[in-house]
Write a protein that binds this ligand. Structure first.
Ligand code: G6P
Ligand code: MN
Length: 439
């Protein structure tokens, strides 16, 4: 039986993940769950409810919520990390400051992602240090954002750390693909895929018998993107997400041989996104008024009533990839999963030191990337530009370099020119004083 610590215990995603873990105890038995956060009050709101839920479903599991790193990281096998340095208040700024300059305002793409990256690197490296100090044999499953920049920081600054960087977006998209293809599960698909995090393409999708599923998918995606008859529950059901899944058809049009990641819209059609955005009310506001209020409201109710009966919190089914990943390490399952790993030739004609998103076979020694061969000039050029941004951000963080961060912003395809990049940088520095190293 395994002991885990959830770093970012106060996250709005934590209750759904706990319920998912409790639902999977037959596959991944748990002895102890600990929550760790630096915001004690926020974490207690979530923990007080999760304590009740755990006691109801699996009273044998030990549970503890703490802000003390030694207590949190001692005697654990896995760190499940989903921290958000600066919380939603800073996400709101990441989205709104760029919009004031007529630039895409998004939490992980463009200037917002760069700002968020500058905040996250230190937080994630600190978690790794706690893990290495108190449980040196543990593995960290990291899905903290912005994953591309965070992953590059771990590669560069903690090269030997036992960290697996993973994003749920390809999983969400594969769930939609499976619905489009009328399959029972995304796991019926074997995929080839390459790219960077939030910046990739599927090149081949087959069923287990080897039948090509791309033609049927293409037929749907060319008109409808990944839009399906959405159910009203689960992740990504808000209208803003539905429009993202529809917009995929315009992204797909650039290269109808592949299936794109949804986020490429921010790079191909930035002006459409800016025009559509409401600079007064962004996704962060939607999340604060929606998910955050709902989850915290329900948590308070459950804690007070001392029962989860009648709760409207939902199991986060789609987060079961976390169990798959933990199982791959714990039981050497050799499962094929998309992870963010050092390229090392997996994409033949691409920087070997880039952190890329590719299929890997995951076992007890970690991930073994599968080679995806040569990629076309269009994707390769786009990826080179974007990887340059990500590497410059990490170098800027490490060296405290204003110059490199200005270069990173200038290089981002979402930013029109160096003057706008500089104006943006100065506003972002001002907003992030508490969080960024001094530049
Ligand atoms: C996807 C991405 C995540 C991102 C999330 C935002 O799942 O892969 O990286 O954090 O969307 O969702 P939200 O509901 O917070 O806008
Ligand atoms: Mn992601």
């Amino acid at each position: 039986k395994h002991s885990i610590v959830i770093a970012g215990g106060g996250s709005t995603f934590t209750p759904g993940i706990i319920m998912m873990l409790l639902d999977n105890l037959d596959k991944f038995p748990i002895k102890e769950i600990k929550f760790y956060d630096n915001d004690e009050e926020r974490q207690n709101t979530v923990a007080d409810a999760c304590r009740v839920i755990i006691k109801e479903k699996a009273p044998e599991i030990k549970f503890l919520a703490t802000v003390d790193p030694e207590e949190a990281f001692s005697n654990i096998d896995f760190v499940m990390a989903h921290i958000r340095v600066g919380k939603y208040a800073m996400r709101e700024k990441d989205e709104k400051i760029p919009l004031e300059h007529g630039v895409v305002g998004q939490e992980t793409c463009g200037p917002g992602g760069i700002a968020y990256g500058m905040r996250s690197i230190g937080g994630v490296l600190e978690l790794i240090e706690h893990m290495e100090t108190f449980s040196p044999n543990a593995w960290m499953l990291n899905y903290s954002n912005p994953a591309a920049i965070v992953a590059e920081a771990t590669r560069r600054l903690k090269p030997n750390a036992k960290v697996l960087n993973i994003c749920d977006m390809p999983i969400s998209i594969e769930n939609l693909m499976a619905s489009i293809l009328e399959l029972n599960s995304r796991k019926e698909m074997i995929v080839k895929y390459y790219g960077l995090n939030h910046f990739g393409w599927w090149t081949d999708i087959r069923d287990r018998e080897g039948n090509d599923l791309m033609p049927k998918l293409k037929n749907h995606v060319k008109d409808k993107g990944y839009a399906i008859e959405f159910s009203e529950s689960g992740q990504h059901v808000d209208d803003s997400w539905k429009s993202t899944f529809t917009k995929v058809k315009d992204v797909y049009a650039l290269d109808p041989e592949t299936m794109p990641n949804t986020y490429l819209k921010y790079y191909f059609y930035p002006q459409d996104e800016v025009e559509k955005a409401n600079a007064e009310y962004t996704r962060a506001n939607e999340v604060m008024d929606g998910r955050e209020k709902h989850v915290f409201g329900e948590c308070n109710r459950i804690a007070q009533a001392n029962t989860s009966e009648g709760s409207t919190l939902e199991i986060d089914e789609h987060a079961s990839y976390i169990v798959d990943l933990a199982r791959a390490i714990a039981y050497n399952t050799q499962e094929r999963m998309l992870l963010i790993v050092e390229n090392n030739g997996a994409i033949e004609n691409f920087d070997p030191t880039a952190m890329v998103e590719v299929p890997c076979i995951v076992g007890s020694q970690g991930p073994e990337p599968l080679t995806q061969g040569q990629i076309p000039r269009f994707q390769k050029s786009l990826m080179e530009q974007q990887v340059g941004v990500e590497k410059l951000v990490v170098e800027a963080w490490e060296e405290g370099s204003y110059q490199k961060l200005w270069q990173a912003l200038t290089l981002s395809k979402t930013v029109p020119n160096a003057r706008v990049a500089k104006e943006l940088l100065d506003d972002l520095i001002e907003a992030n004083q508490e969080y960024w190293p001094t530049l």
